[in-house]
Design a protein around this ligand. Structure first.
Ligand SMILES: NC(=O)c1ccc[n+]([C@@H]2O[C@H](COP(=O)([O-])OP(=O)(O)OC[C@H]3O[C@@H](n4cnc5c(N)ncnc54)[C@H](OP(=O)(O)O)[C@@H]3O)[C@@H](O)[C@H]2O)c1
Length: 342
């Protein structure tokens, strides 16, 4: 449902030619649209369905003949991925439930009645419950990967200051272009993270700054006594969907995006830039993430976990293969031997 920033990326991943290993990878049944959409127009081979009667008219006006309506699409699908604007999914969830189709909501839904928050490496077991699933937001996904990489039981406290770009589609009203907007309340990310990993003490605060792409976070961790910060950083180097950038030079986040070879210059991995030397039990680093792309792997995971069978690990491997994370974005973002980002 919907083919905006997130929907078009998922539609592209779900309609890409399947590799030999990916016979069981989820496939696109169709895209429900409210009207003409530039991505769908550019990809006329994709099956477009009209969200309602008015949508069908509007699509025909621009020469797109819908393959059917939403009822027909839901009748032919196992899972619906709701990629509508944040906090509007509740209005559509009854239609999905009436068709007996499980829904995965994309990152912006706060309403717990839509289903539990899920991260495939931290609490995949919640997918066994009936009903919908809610993918974490982009910043929370980045923090969840950090916890999963180190091990949530080995992190005592996590403090994060989140600096989000003011052009984020559904958060545009939160930002200004000639200054920063400083939120007074703790941000939602801490509570969301506790929902998927209840162990560590988590505190988060957010501000919105004039950038046109990506978010970044200043993260401070204290680790379980005895683990050692160097070991914590090593675990992050080995973690899934995480790149720890080596080198001495400052990192320019716009260059990270520019150099990704994935479609739309997407960065599916989160980049970590360590600050200083690891302390005894303390780690401090920057996280840089592509808000438009980072949740795509976890959303593909959630789609697979919403279907019966399979393990979370298999789901993550399949998602990564579908996105070719390792062969494109990952490769192109590693720093050069002179330490600077390429
Ligand atoms: N953008 C990000 O960086 C980001 C990152 C992580 C998670 N998310 C979350 O992902 C979800 C989608 O965000 P997005 O950025 O992709 O939004 P978006 O670019 O604004 O796209 C929303 C899509 O939903 C359609 N839509 C709007 N109202 C609808 C309705 N009432 N019923 C059905 N479809 C409707 C829109 O169609 P029209 O073109 O016809 O309006 C559009 O195709 C949100 O929950 C968001 O919080 C976004």
């Amino acid at each position: 449902m919907g083919a905006g920033i997130i929907g078009k990326r998922l539609a592209a991943a779900l309609s890409a030619p399947a590799g030999e290993q990916d016979t069981y990878a989820p496939r696109l049944a169709g895209i429900a649209l409210r009207g003409p959409n530039i991505f769908a127009t550019a990809r006329p081979e994709l099956p477009v369905f009209a969200a309602d009667a008015r949508a069908a008219e509007r699509l025909r006006e621009v020469g797109t003949e819908p393959k059917g309506d939403l009822d027909q699409l839901l009748a032919s699908a196992d899972i619906v991925v709701d990629c509508g604007p944040s906090r509007t999914g509740a209005g559509r969830s009854e239609v999905y439930a009436a068709h007996g189709v499980r829904a995965v909501f994309c990152g912006g839904e706060r309403d717990a009645r839509l289903g539990p928050l899920i991260h495939s490496a931290l609490n995949p077991q919640v997918a066994a419950r009936p009903g919908g699933l809610r993918v974490l937001s982009c910043n929370t996904t980045a923090l969840a990967r950090v916890l999963a990489g180190i091990g949530p039981d080995d992190v005592r406290t996590l403090d994060a200051t989140i600096l989000r770009c003011s052009t984020d589609t559904d958060k545009a009203t939160k930002g200004i272009t000639n200054g920063a907007v400083l939120a007074r309340d703790p941000s939602h990310h801490a509570a969301d993270l506790r929902a998927v990993a209840p162990g560590p003490t988590v505190r988060t605060a957010a501000a919105t700054v004039p950038m046109t792409a990506g978010h970044f976070l200043h993260v401070r961790l204290t680790l379980r006594a005895g683990l050692g910060a160097a070991e914590g950083l090593d675990r992050l180097r080995r973690a899934e969907r995480v790149d720890v950038l080596a080198g001495e030079e400052p990192v320019h986040t716009a260059q990270l995006k520019e150099r990704s070879e994935a479609p739309w210059h997407d960065r599916y991995d989160v980049q970590i830039v360590p600050i200083g030397q690891p302390g005894k039990d303390r780690l401090e680093f920057w996280l840089s993430l592509d808000n438009q792309a980072i949740t795509i792997p976890e959303t593909l995971d959630a789609i697979q976990l919403a279907a019966p069978g399979g393990t979370a690990r298999q789901a993550r491997l399949t998602s990564d293969r579908m996105l070719r994370t390792r062969s494109t974005a990952h490769h192109s973002l590693h720093p050069t031997s002179d330490g600077g980002p390429r």
